[in-house]
Design a protein around this ligand. Sequence first.
Ligand SMILES: Cc1ncc(COP(=O)(O)O)c(C=O)c1O
Length: 392
Amino acid sequence: MQLEEIKQLDKKYISQSYGRSDVLLEEGKGCCVSGGGKSYLDMSSGIGVNCLGFCGEKWADAVSAQAHKLQHTSNLFYTQPCVLLAQKLCERTGMNKAFFGNSGAEANEGAIKAARKYSFDKYNRTDRYNIISLQNSFHGRTIATLSATGQDVFHKNFFPFVEGFKFVEAGDFEALKNAADDTVCAVIMELIQGEGGVIAQNQQYVDSVVKLCAEKDILLIIDEVQTGVGRTGKFLCCEHYGITPDIVTLAKGVGGGLPIGVVLLGDKVQNTFTPGDHASTFGGNPVVCAGANVVMDTLTDGFLSGVKAKSDKLRAGLMKLPHVTGVSGLGLMVGVEFDDKIAAKQVLAAAADKGLICLTAKTKLRLLPPLVITDEEIDKALSILKSVLEVM
Ligand SMILES: Cc1ncc(COP(=O)(O)O)c(C=O)c1O
């Protein structure tokens, strides 16, 4: 089918909640993807998902072998891929237990439920349920995770929201401390606000929050849906900050391209969920977990050192491009700031015309390339961006 025909069917039969680029994608390998007779270098990973690129052999073999063996069972039974994935995630992160769902929003829903139940179980109070979140955060599109999201732009038209979320400015520790009264059970934050514009939290601020949470038995939930799974050059972004939260949420990169969300539960909350408290029909699906196990086996420390080296090369190259005034984020989670003359959305469109797929976040161009990107591909991406920016 041609792009125009597909676009018409999309318009007719798909709920029009996405603004899609004028690009048809049909098949991919590594960091390259093609469709409609055009090829693209992908610097988006399907918004941070395809961490191993498109259709890597080991990943695709594991997924298809599992699909031929046992595709789904329900969570009323044991399966090996699921339990092995949980073991790998816990051993890698120092967390104790995993709950599997299907998306980032669902992982954050699980984290919110775990935090509230921990508080209720321990304090036997019905008013210790508030969760402090940060302005400019993004935690998902379900009603509870939208309620936890500190950006009005996502809120309009969807009232009323779930009760029990308080917002404070990111980086303002005094504000968070003042909000942390005895009705608060948790703080939720992204260490690098992704959708908010690729903005990293300050180390001292994070240290102060960790200390305050420990003193007041307030659970710290770190949303690593975008930053996790090697994206920043460490398996968890928490490792850059030297922190071990009570709850970590993951999604995007975990499955290497198949839907999965994970709530990782630390010491305090590892036994909070008991049978019947929480569930997800597809959670821990064996096919998805088979793919995720390949992701976990691939992301060794050596592999992650390579991510750091690639990040250094990409960031240095970006800083040399015309109109670029700054590069934010960590590892291969990159925000590119431009001078006033340049709109990131125009750069995105012009780059796509020249065969380079990028993303935006607020006013920045956002790059989340597959972690397997090569030096040559980085050079190619930089040269396309240069040619786009030179004529702007
Ligand atoms: C930090 C963060 N949390 C949660 C989500 C929601 O994830 P999903 O779209 O898989 O529900 C996202 C998605 O971009 C995210 O970046």
